[in-house]
Design a protein around this ligand. Structure first.
Ligand SMILES: [Zn+2]
Ligand SMILES: [Zn+2]
Length: 161
């Protein structure tokens, strides 16, 4: 979870964004914003929907999509596409430059930042006479927890027979 004060400040900025554009500031929109702006696990719209339901809020799919869209347009939320066939979302924070490890087994996403990697990518751009603007790093594979589970499966199987 993000620090509470930080996510509350983001929700306040979203309220202002809606008001400035004369968009309705409804309880449903704010509920969606509160949940998404406090999350740090890159939820999909489907996961977001479940969390909204768990909080006892009634938000239709159209409103959910529209709110997520407004959050992305406001710059408060970043859209991520890890090539899984659906989009994920995360609050835009500083520092914005971070890379992701994506587990194909459980769908877990872990963030990491690496100064050396950052420098190397900028140097690579230089070497190719590229003016660096941004980059995206994703590592796809199987996370430690899933690997442990797999290994346990291998060792435990004979006992189950
Ligand atoms: Zn996993
Ligand atoms: Zn992230």
């Amino acid at each position: 979870m993000l620090a509470r004060a930080e996510s509350e400040a983001l929700v306040e900025r979203f309220r202002r964004y809606l008001r400035d554009r004369r968009l309705p500031v409804t309880r449903q929109r704010i509920a969606v914003a509160e949940i998404l702006l406090a999350s740090d696990d890159h939820p999909s719209v489907e996961i977001l929907r479940r969390r909204v339901v768990d909080k006892g809020e009634h938000v239709g799919m159209a409103t959910l999509y529209r709110t997520v869209d407004a959050l992305v347009k406001s710059g408060l939320v970043r859209e991520r596409d890890f090539g899984e066939g659906f989009k994920r979302y995360e609050p835009a924070r500083e520092p914005s430059e971070h890379a992701h490890l994506v587990c194909r087994r459980c769908g877990g996403v872990v963030e990491f930042a690496n100064d050396r990697l950052e420098r190397m990518l900028r140097m690579t751009a230089d070497e190719h006479h590229f003016q660096y603007e941004r980059h995206r790093v994703e590592i796809h594979g199987v996370c430690g927890q899933c690997r442990t589970r797999d290994l346990r499966g291998v060792f435990e199987e004979p006992h189950n027979r």
